[in-house]
Write a protein that binds this ligand. Structure first.
Ligand code: ZN
Length: 456
């Protein structure tokens, strides 16, 4: 719509233009959606360390300055990864190039050819007996293991490569990281389309020898990047932090993951122009989330011992049905107050939830003793099945989604920033441990290198 405006201005008399062609109110959710569309269509997917990622940060900074804000960058270094022109081809029973995507931190190696063996769910007990050295393992799509766990098991048996059957059908590849620490994976691991993975498994089960040629050109590279911060000074210094990661995977446009959060923060920045909240509000666009929460780990580490009001994480939040205190009871009363004042069930049919989960930018803050929250806003199944893949494109993210979700985000942030009974604090380490053990998250966090948390 907005792209037609210049033409309208040429063709229509001024009086008509003023009504029909009213430009997106600066600061409106429409402007935020328009910004996201430009990121997606004009700049491209925002893998941390890529030129497009840097261009997106530049573009965002320009927009924020045009709003009258003074954003700052907080640079940091992290282990990065660059996808190369990888090739995985079936050699026997007949030649065919496979539909694959290397997992992040798969490291370049010379081409090799090997027989494929099925390894079930990838736990040591799932492996067939015998000498498997030099083979390629076919890992089932139901594996409950984290990448570091199935990679360690595969390396222990001397496998030379892994094909991980995708959990989503329809040729999906769902890019993801093989290493939260950023260490190169001990062997190359590829997501393979579910249909091809199941076919290879059937061939092997029927006694057909399957051979694959694997050539990885992707490589691990050190990366210099930055988070972007925007501080809205309040009457008191303690901060309410609102964050969303701006980086994405490379197969699609990163529109849902996490263009939605980027646009919501953009709308929030607009809404807070000229505001003087009680608590200081800090907006952060994190980098390096997809590869291993690098930006939020960096930002949380930089807090030192500073007390923080709370941290709201916006990662793929559609139109909210609930607000989630992420396991911290102390946040619940303030959220109930907001919900009661915000029009009740019509806006948040599921009210206040209090369930912790890990794996996005709130986790490093929680580990640092900051209480975190998020909004539960499911994205429709027919769209969300494409996240991390080719079809994570702007056509899945409507202006209405950005408008309706941003309205809730802005309202919640305004309310929490105005809530004088919310005190800034940092949780005791023992309570932080409980926050995770109560939800039985330690095993997953250990595999991610995030457990045990620091302190006694
Ligand atoms: Zn995300």
């Amino acid at each position: 719509m907005k792209r037609l405006l210049p033409i309208l201005f040429l063709l229509l008399p001024a009086a008509v233009v003023a009504r029909a062609g009213e430009p997106a109110k600066p600061g409106s959710a429409e402007a935020a959606h328009d910004f996201l569309q430009r990121l997606c269509d004009d700049i491209g997917p925002r893998v941390t360390g890529s030129a497009a990622n840097a261009a997106a940060l530049d573009r965002l900074e320009v927009e924020l300055r045009a709003m009258g804000h003074s954003p700052t960058r907080d640079p940091f270094a992290m282990p990065g990864w660059r996808r190369g022109d990888d090739r995985v081809e079936l050699v026997a029973p007949f030649p065919r190039r496979l539909r694959v995507a290397a997992l992040g931190y798969s490291q370049a190696h010379p081409a090799f050819e090997a027989e494929v063996v099925t390894i079930g769910n990838g736990r040591p007990e799932d492996y067939p007996a015998g000498d498997l050295r030099g083979r390629i393992g076919l890992l089932g799509h139901g594996s409950p293991l984290q990448a570091s766990e199935y990679l360690a098991a595969a390396a222990a048996r001397g496998l030379k490569g892994l094909l991980f059957v995708n959990r989503e059908g329809g040729g999906q590849l769902l890019a993801r990281t093989a290493s939260f620490s950023g260490q190169p994976a001990p062997l190359p691991v590829y997501s393979v389309a579910q249909e091809e993975g199941l076919w290879i498994a059937r061939l092997i089960a029927g006694g057909t020898a399957v051979r694959v040629r694997m050539e990885t050109r992707s490589e691990c590279v050190p990366v210099e990047t930055a988070n972007l911060h925007l501080v809205i000074q309040g009457s008191v210094p303690p901060r309410l932090i609102v964050g969303a990661h701006i980086d994405s995977w490379d197969l699609g446009q990163g529109a849902m993951d996490n263009g939605i959060g980027v646009a919501q923060l953009h709308a929030l920045a607009s809404a807070l122009r000229g505001a003087r909240p009680h608590h200081t509000v800090e907006l952060i666009w994190f980098n390096g989330e997809e590869q291993g929460l690098h930006g939020s780990r960096h930002a949380a580490a930089r807090l030192g011992g500073t007390p923080v009001v709370a941290m709201l994480n916006l990662d793929m939040v559609g139109v909210p049905v609930a607000v989630n205190a992420l396991g911290d009871d102390s946040l619940v009363p303030a959220l109930e107050r907001w919900r009661a004042a915000a029009g009740g069930p019509r806006r948040l049919p599921k009210g206040v939830e209090n369930i912790n989960w890990v794996g996005s930018d709130h986790t490093p803050y929680q580990l640092a003793g900051v209480r975190a929250l998020t909004l539960n806003g499911p994205i429709p199944r027919e769209s969300v099945r494409y996240y991390h893949d080719f079809a994570d494109t702007i056509d899945k993210v409507t202006p209405e989604l950005i408008r309706d979700s941003s309205n809730v985000v802005v309202d919640l942030v305004r309310a929490l920033a105005a809530d004088t009974s919310l005190q800034a604090w940092r949780r005791e380490p023992v309570a932080t441990r409980e926050l995770f053990t109560k939800f039985d998250l330690q095993r997953r966090m250990t595999a991610m290198g995030l457990w045990p948390p620091p302190g006694k």
